[in-house]
Design a protein around this ligand. Sequence first.
Ligand SMILES: Cc1cc2nc3c(=O)[nH]c(=O)nc-3n(C[C@H](O)[C@H](O)[C@H](O)COP(=O)(O)OP(=O)(O)OC[C@H]3O[C@@H](n4cnc5c(N)ncnc54)[C@H](O)[C@@H]3O)c2cc1C
Ligand SMILES: NC(=O)c1ccc[n+]([C@@H]2O[C@H](COP(=O)([O-])OP(=O)(O)OC[C@H]3O[C@@H](n4cnc5c(N)ncnc54)[C@H](OP(=O)(O)O)[C@@H]3O)[C@@H](O)[C@H]2O)c1
Length: 286
Amino acid sequence: MNKPTDVARTVTDATPIKVPTLPDAQTVTAVEHYTDRLFSFRVTRPQSLRFRSGEFVMIGLMGEPDPKTGKQKPLLRAYSIASPSWDEELEFYSIKVPDGPLTSRLQHIQPGEQIILRPKPVGTLVHDALIPGKRIWFFATGTGFAPFASLLREPQTYEDYDEVIITHTCREAGELTYGRNLIEALKDDELLNEVIGEGFWKKIKYYPTTTREESPKMGRITDLMNSGECFEDLEVPVLNPETDRAMICGNLAFNLELKAMLESYGLEEGANSKPAHYVVEKAFLD
Ligand SMILES: Cc1cc2nc3c(=O)[nH]c(=O)nc-3n(C[C@H](O)[C@H](O)[C@H](O)COP(=O)(O)OP(=O)(O)OC[C@H]3O[C@@H](n4cnc5c(N)ncnc54)[C@H](O)[C@@H]3O)c2cc1C
Ligand SMILES: NC(=O)c1ccc[n+]([C@@H]2O[C@H](COP(=O)([O-])OP(=O)(O)OC[C@H]3O[C@@H](n4cnc5c(N)ncnc54)[C@H](OP(=O)(O)O)[C@@H]3O)[C@@H](O)[C@H]2O)c1
């Protein structure tokens, strides 16, 4: 039987009462799959969530019940927010690890379903950690593209720099689709063209490369830089601390190799507390 308060609500309130079934629950609004290993999805954004483009949060699903106690704990992983700080929703770009505790389940998520999102954004890939320069380089492998999906749609990127170079190295050509589509869409993005300035996207130089499947540009970005081919293709000089700033996001070996290369060009690592020439973040833990 209804309690009196329930009856009153039924009569006076026409809107359904949303009962969150998860702590910090957000609702999935869209899902897109690119390959058998990659997908992206969008979720509602908590009204109170403020973040800087390039930061990451912890997201996940409720874990399976403990066989002894029956209790469920959230299963959370770090994810770069792929949408820019001004977006009404949040976007994520994800790997599907077949036996991964989270992504073996997350890959099946559908619009209308809920995920857990801990609203505490952090990260080093932010403009605040860099001192002013002429040109910014975004270096990504695999899902390391995600923070740059945010920064490429962030007006400050184009206010701070004359040129924006994004390199993306993947094993296979299909793994470039999310990034390529996103960059193509910037040309027709009426809002960004109005807010940042008509034709802002002309500042972008996109340099996609593959290592294990044929594509127009083959090879690891590190090798293409060491040989000089990358700089010739892009018609820019080798990076130097006077003009160039960089953000790196990829697997551990890639991050370390590129970090050493940037140091050899004379760039120094920055941080939120001490801005400098480049910043680096892991795309996943090995
Ligand atoms: C700062 C940070 C930001 C991250 N941002 C993202 C993101 O935006 N998108 C994303 O998909 N993942 C991201 N990750 C990785 C993410 O936290 C999880 O590892 C991933 O979702 C897999 O979770 P899982 O529980 O299925 O498997 P896990 O047990 O977490 O991973 C299993 C194994 O899969 C491999 N692996 C995990 N993640 C990746 C990946 N992204 N690409 C290639 N191999 C991987 C690793 O070898 C790992 O040991 C990020 C990690 C860190 C530390
Ligand atoms: N991508 C796939 O098709 C695939 C399929 C099945 C399983 N997996 C597994 O998934 C995990 C992650 O695979 P992933 O392809 O997403 O990420 P990844 O192994 O980090 O590779 C992504 C890209 O980065 C390049 N790279 C790796 N180390 C580098 C370095 N030190 N310097 C410069 N470039 C570097 C790779 O080139 P190289 O190719 O030269 O290494 C590749 O093009 C791996 O454990 C893998 O075994 C991947």
